[in-house]
Design a protein around this ligand. Structure first.
Ligand code: COA
Length: 393
């Protein structure tokens, strides 16, 4: 029996800014953002979207009624929780109409949470072959206006259905991991924006990649020659490139791995950082955009969450993988986005749900997404499935 990613869906905000516009507004040479950092555009998250609505919008497009009935575990990876106690997975389960005979919970370890979810899901399906597990990664990356990290903001969600005999990626079941107490990036309870030492974080990320990659090679006896491509957690696309370059120098397939890496960054360069979802958006980007990958080709995945946890694992492309369908879905979503000016973005950036108590109502008519956040009333978040409201009207 093989277990892995059977379906994968992606959602991001309908709004974006252009990195050339941001560079000009910040008096920076645009090539620093476009080439030095490797980002072209950045999603801007409106007040009507949060990690729950984005996850629901990502998952709704991939789940059938049969999936909803069969899912017995919902795992929500995020570092942008909507409550200090209640798991975002419970809201998600309810919004999507997933069976109530399910475990639903949230995992936090910076940008790594969803990978812990995927690993847990694999073990679960091996033990219970008829189970389906929904794993979502949903986050909003915020560093603050006019900060060094501003160019690496973004947001969105990736939803994955983990099952037996998967149609996208069969996971190998072997992985190597490494953790250590590192202060490279964190978000104190009183802050919505991250505290980050970006250069230090990049060094630790490359170090953790090397440690987990070497450990994986030792465990599996595989080498770079066994891989058609590698995908990385991508806070910004240049970060993954630095990690890949740190190991490929002497490999016979170095050019191929670097070529495929380009495909794996296409969507991330358009969306920005998704924290937990970044690695999985990079996987989508590779699978949807590369025309030289084949069934059975092996892909390596490096997951990293500051603080810090790293994990390297791998999988092979399924025979039945439908590249055109995945590409159509994501391209349509990105093509339909609306460009904001920098003043419009700055206003939207500061307009989210306040941290202080109080009644809040947002104008949900301004957001055409299926799932939206209407506001907060009596200390409770109010989510709306606009499709359901239309049916009830
Ligand atoms: N043309 C082309 N490249 C240029 C350039 C220009 N005009 N000006 C600068 N660059 C290059 C630099 O050489 C550098 O490249 P290198 O990293 O290959 O050496 C790159 O652009 C970035 O320049 P730098 O001076 O290091 O930028 P910075 O001090 O503004 O910081 C980050 C950049 C990425 C570190 C910062 O945005 C950040 O901290 N982001 C958050 C990262 C994060 O989230 N980490 C934790 C999660 S894992």
């Amino acid at each position: 029996m093989t277990v892995g990613i059977d379906k994968i869906g992606f959602f991001t905000s309908p709004y974006y800014i252009d990195m050339t516009d941001l560079a000009n507004a910040r008096n920076v040479d645009p090539n620093k953002y476009l080439i030095g950092i490797g980002q072209r555009r950045q999603s801007v998250i409106p007040q009507t979207q949060d990690t729950v609505t984005m996850a629901a919008n990502a998952a709704a497009e991939i789940l059938t009624a049969a999936d909803r009935a069969q899912i017995d575990m919902v795992i929500f990876g995020t570092e942008t929780g909507v409550d200090n106690s209640k798991a975002a997975a419970i809201y998600l389960q309810d919004l999507l109409g997933i069976s109530k005979r399910a475990r639903a919970f949230e995992i936090k370890q910076a940008c790594y949470g969803a990978t812990a979810g995927v690993q847990m899901a694999i073990d679960h399906v091996f033990l219970h072959p008829n189970s389906k597990v929904l794993v979502v990664a949903s986050d909003i990356a915020r560093y603050g206006l006019e900060t060094a990290g501003e160019v690496t903001q973004g947001g969105g969600a990736v939803a994955m259905l983990i099952t037996q005999d998967p149609h996208i990626l069969a996971l190998d079941g072997q992985s190597a991991f490494h953790s250590d107490n590192i202060m490279d990036f964190w978000r104190p309870l009183y802050r919505q924006e991250a505290v980050v030492d970006g250069h230090y974080s990049t060094d630790i990320y490359i170090d953790f990649f090397n440690k987990t990659w070497n450990q994986y090679c030792y465990q599996t006896k595989r080498t770079l020659a066994d891989f058609a491509a590698m995908v990385f957690h991508l806070p910004f696309t240049k970060m993954g490139l630095k990690a890949l370059k740190s190991v490929v120098a002497d490999a016979d397939n170095a050019n191929q791995l670097l070529h495929e890496f380009d495909f794996s960054t296409q969507y991330n360069a358009e969306v920005g950082n998704l924290y937990t979802g970044s690695l999985y958006l990079s996987l989508i980007s590779l699978l949807a955009n590369s025309d030289s990958l084949h069934p059975q080709d092996r892909i390596g995945l490096f997951s990293y969450g500051s603080g810090a946890q790293g994990e390297f694992y791998s999988g092979t492309i399924a025979e039945s993988f439908d590249r055109a369908k995945l590409k159509r879905q994501v391209d349509r979503l990105l093509e339909n986005r609306v460009k904001l000016s920098i003043p419009e973005y700055e206003k939207m950036y500061q307009s989210g749900l306040p941290l202080s108590a109080g009644e809040v109502t947002f104008d949900i008519d301004s957001d055409q997404s299926r799932f939206v956040l209407r506001g907060r009333h009596s200390d409770q978040l109010e989510y709306v499935d606009t499709k359901k409201s239309e049916q009830n009207a």
